[in-house]
Design a protein around this ligand. Structure first.
Ligand code: 6PG
Length: 244
């Protein structure tokens, strides 16, 4: 494993500018990977700034050369609810951009839903097997929203999932952010990313951003737990950067 890249901070005027810039960066990165003959693997995240980015990708895709049939999509976490629930990160992403891009359905790997398997543990085991079987050795880019408590994906402060080292994905219960039952990639799986992009908007996250960049215990600030092999970016709007 290469030496993790130092985190870089890029501040954008506001959430809309942040969403547009990240969308352009993603399109550029996918084009470059495909120009190298690769089939890039993208780790998506849930949340509001992610949704804004997804919509900007859909809007800007028409001007890009990305071959959407040659991009593979995963999720860093998912809520363990029915597939049709508006709470599903995958449903939000499909509606915001995936369904309109002509992606190969076989390249969109959703975490199993609560109407497909019995427990979040079953969903985590199945998702781990799918990633083991169909994943590449790395994510081209793993996008992560950050919560006001410094959580990423569904790895929350003080939760046992933070210390799991022998699994790709784990079940999370009692999530402080509803819904309570989820599935999350582990730090070990997240570290297999060339680029890690933290996507953060709003002054409610400013303290978490400052704490994560200042160092500290990953059990208190889970965002401390992930770095990209080549690139680690904190992509912020001015409000989220206001405590730096
Ligand atoms: C989830 C997300 C979660 C999210 C952060 C930030 O499933 O809830 O993956 O990790 O990215 O909570 O969400 P906002 O951008 O909406 O604040």
């Amino acid at each position: 494993m290469s030496v993790p890249a130092e985190a870089r901070v890029v501040v954008h005027e506001d959430a809309q500018t942040l969403a547009g810039d990240v969308a352009s960066m993603l399109l550029d990165r996918l084009e470059s990977a495909q120009d190298r003959g690769e089939v890039p693997q993208v780790g998506l995240t849930g949340g509001s700034i992610a949704e804004a980015i997804h919509r900007e990708v859909a809007r800007r895709a028409v001007d890009s050369s990305v071959d959407w049939s040659r991009v593979v999509f995963w999720w860093g976490d998912e809520r363990f609810v029915e597939a049709g629930s508006p709470d599903r990160n995958a449903r939000q992403a499909r509606e915001a951009f995936l369904d309109g891009l002509g992606v190969d359905p076989a390249h969109v790997h959703e975490v199993p839903a609560a109407d497909g398997v019995a427990t979040a543990e079953d969903a985590a085991a199945a998702y781990s097997e799918t990633l083991r079987t169909h994943g590449a050795d790395f994510f081209e880019v793993l996008m992560l929203g950050v919560g006001p408590d410094g959580h990423i994906a569904s790895l929350f402060p003080g939760h046992p999932a933070l210390d799991v080292t022998d699994a790709i994905a784990v079940a999370v219960h009692d999530s402080p952010k509803p819904p309570p039952d989820r599935v999350s990639l582990t730090f070990e799986a997240m570290d297999r990313a060339r680029a890690v992009w933290f996507l953060v908007s709003g002054d409610g996250k400013a303290d978490a951003v400052a704490a994560a960049l200042a160092g500290g215990d990953v059990h208190e600030i889970p965002a401390r737990g992930v770095v990209g092999q080549d690139e680690t970016l904190w992509l912020l709007d001015e409000a989220a950067a206001s405590a730096l």
